[in-house]
Design a protein around this ligand. Structure first.
Ligand code: GLY
Length: 371
């Protein structure tokens, strides 16, 4: 038993060393470049972005590595790089073209602030929270996606946290109301009774009436796109952390239970749970990585001791599988860390590749597993 635990720990540490090597390689090979997904394992290519949402993930990983290295007194270079890649993001606190300001600023400025307590960093986060809240549609009560006014994405559940954050810091009832109403609408129209999720909901702009579930990146409007489920699991958990509203914990747990009941024994989900059998052979490791870090969070939040153990064990199991089967150790040509991610299968973007959010949430989950 002790030998098994030692071997697992060694695997996690070996993977973390690989993370550092790949990040250093990325920075040295493509300085000041913010990648999104690989093509044949290479970060730089002419593939389209679709939307511009990933720039926080590289500096976010640099902050995580800095935290671990600083504990060993060896963080200087990592801190310099984390600052170098975080600073250029500041103007995006005013970016009204994306619904992703939580991804961009909570992975970077929030981590940075925690090391320094510098109030100018906090101000950037609060401004980004205010900007995101401007997407709110009073009719329908949701934050509109980057696609159109009538569109709500499940992905926004990972971003609404920055509005809760700003609302609590600023004691702003209006911001709190926006965040609460968006979260409750997402829960009502995108999370189904069995804990599965839809990617997108469409609304009537005249009346605010919810019309139907649909998708961009999933298999079908009534299917469960695995990354959307993972965003929901982790996002509702985060909203519960901010508000302690039991409805949000219940929803996060329902999503977690759906993931665990419908995923193969290795813990890595297909890209969409309802895609045809042949297509389901394509996993999405980014969904697995997001789920793992979301499960670590739920293991701390859940009121039920049995669930705490279940979620912690499942999170460790998923991280173990990703380390064993999907990390690029031994493939010198591959520039990413985690293979087997999917960005947009219908557009043919980043399919069975490394994807930047997969890298980030995998590194976050690895950090939690290492403790
Ligand atoms: N658009 C965010 C995602 O691909 O999950």
């Amino acid at each position: 038993m002790i030998q098994l635990q030692t071997a697992r720990r060694e695997r996690l540490e070996e993977t973390f060393a690989h993370v550092k090597m790949q990040l250093r390689r990325l920075i040295e090979t493509h300085p000041d470049f913010y990648p999104m997904y690989t093509k044949y394992g290479r970060w730089k290519h002419d593939g389209e972005a679709w939307t511009h949402w990933c720039d926080g993930f590289l500096p976010g990983m640099l902050w995580i590595v800095y935290k671990r290295e600083a504990n060993g007194g060896n963080g200087g270079w990592w801190r310099e790089q984390a600052i170098r890649y975080s600073k250029p993001l500041e103007p995006r606190k005013h970016d009204r073209n994306v619904h992703d300001l939580g991804f961009i600023f909570m992975s970077t400025y929030w981590r940075w602030f925690q090391f320094t307590q510098d109030t100018s960093l906090k101000a950037v986060i609060l401004e980004a929270g205010r900007t995101l809240a401007l997407r709110f549609k009073e009719k329908g009560e949701y934050l509109r996606s980057f696609v159109s006014d009538d569109s709500l994405f499940i992905d926004i559940m990972m971003n609404v946290g920055i509005i809760f954050h700003a609302a609590i810091e600023l004691q702003d009832a209006q911001l709190l109301s926006v965040a609460m109403r968006h979260t409750l609408t997402s829960r009502r129209v995108l999370v189904r009774g069995d804990g599965s999720t839809a990617h997108e909901g469409l609304f009537d702009l005249e009346t605010g009436e919810f019309l139907r579930q649909t998708t961009h990146q999933g298999y079908r409007g009534d299917s469960c796109w695995s990354r959307g489920l993972a965003w929901s699991l982790y996002g509702f958990g985060t909203c519960y952390q901010y508000t302690r509203d039991p409805r949000f914990l219940e929803t996060a747990e329902a999503c977690a239970d759906f993931y665990l009941a419908n995923t193969p024994a290795d813990g890595v989900a297909p890209w969409d749970f309802d895609a045809p059998e042949e297509s389901r052979k394509q996993v999405d490791t980014s969904a697995a990585a997001i789920t793992a870090t979301g499960l670590f969070q739920l293991a701390r939040l859940s009121a039920d001791p049995a669930k705490r153990i279940l979620y912690e064990d499942a999170a460790r199991h998923i991280v173990g599988t990703l380390c064993e089967r999907y990390v690029s150790i031994g493939d010198a040509d591959w520039e990413g860390i985690l293979k087997g991610g999917v960005y947009h299968i219908h557009k043919g973007l980043g399919v069975n590749e490394s994807v930047m959010w997969g890298e980030y949430f995998f590194v976050e989950a690895l950090d939690k597993a290492l403790g």
